[in-house]
Design a protein around this ligand. Structure first.
Ligand SMILES: [Zn+2]
Length: 269
């Protein structure tokens, strides 16, 4: 089987502040970028050791030019920067090519105290709900995997997100590397995070068949924008509804239509 790996950064071991995730602040960013690459490399090594033929690594944070490809093992392919399609952090996934999805460096959702950097897609919303549940990027991207029938077998990141992942997909393998408290995180030793992720990736490949994402029959999303004028503007997306001046709502039975809505209303800068 091939594995599709979507790599974010805010759930990388030890990361606690925005400058550590931004290329414009290299003193903070460089060590964090190095650890992100080490964790993705560990997940790739584990998958390949467990028999995966190939891992497609989608760099999925900010510029999508964070990982050092030379730090990853042979046997992978890399997707860098953004294609511009609605799959976004899952760009490149399809229904036939992959036997498992891995998420590394993932983080808690907007409104969750489990990570000082909690957010959901752009920074213009207070929170997002999907079918009444506070919505993370993990949830959106898991439904994209589910839409194509690909199991979600591994997530690494903060403890709050790993706990949520188990409620959605009980058989998923998780590696919590950070525990958030207020503006702080308590993390594993970076080498220990790497070791745990490699072992977990092996286990995840073996258990992938048990990790099918349960797909709801209908999707209802509400985005609570910080600014009423942004909500007003976004409410002109076809089919969207403005509620209480700052919530933009959208309904569909088709997950791809929800992704298209997210692409134009939730993902942009
Ligand atoms: Zn990110």
């Amino acid at each position: 089987m091939k594995v599709f790996l979507s790599a974010d950064m805010e759930g990388t071991c030890g990361i606690v502040s925005w400058p550590e995730t931004e290329r414009s602040t290299p003193m903070d960013y460089t060590p964090a970028q190095k650890q992100m690459t080490r964790e993705v490399a560990a997940a790739c090594r584990g998958a390949l050791a467990a028999g995966a033929e190939e891992v497609l690594v989608k760099d999925a944070h900010d510029s999508a030019r964070n990982l050092d490809p030379a730090g990853l093992p042979r046997g992978i392919k890399m997707n860098r920067s953004w294609s511009g399609d609605p799959l976004s952090m899952m760009s490149g996934l399809d229904k036939d090519s992959y036997g498992a999805v891995f998420f590394t460096g993932y983080h808690a959702w907007a409104g969750c105290p489990g990570n000082p950097l909690s957010h959901t897609m752009n920074g213009r919303n207070d929170h997002v709900t999907l079918n009444g549940t506070l919505c993370s990027e993990f949830l959106i991207n898991s439904y994209t995997a589910g839409y194509y029938g690909v199991p979600v077998a591994l997530v690494t990141g903060d403890q709050a997100l790993c706990d949520f992942a188990k409620t959605l997909i009980p058989a998923i393998t998780t590696v919590p590397v950070n525990v958030g408290r207020g503006g702080s995180v308590t993390s594993l030793h970076p080498d220990e995070a790497v070791e745990r992720i490699e072992a977990a990736a092996k286990e995840a490949v073996a258990k992938a068949d048990q990790c099918i994402v349960p797909m709801p029959e209908h999707f209802h999303m509400e985005i609570d924008f910080f600014k009423h004028h942004v909500a007003y503007s976004k409410s002109f997306y076809p089919g969207a509804v403005l509620k209480d001046d700052k919530f933009v709502c959208f309904d569909s039975d088709d997950w791809f239509e929800m992704l298209r809505f997210c692409h134009f209303v939730l993902s942009d800068a």
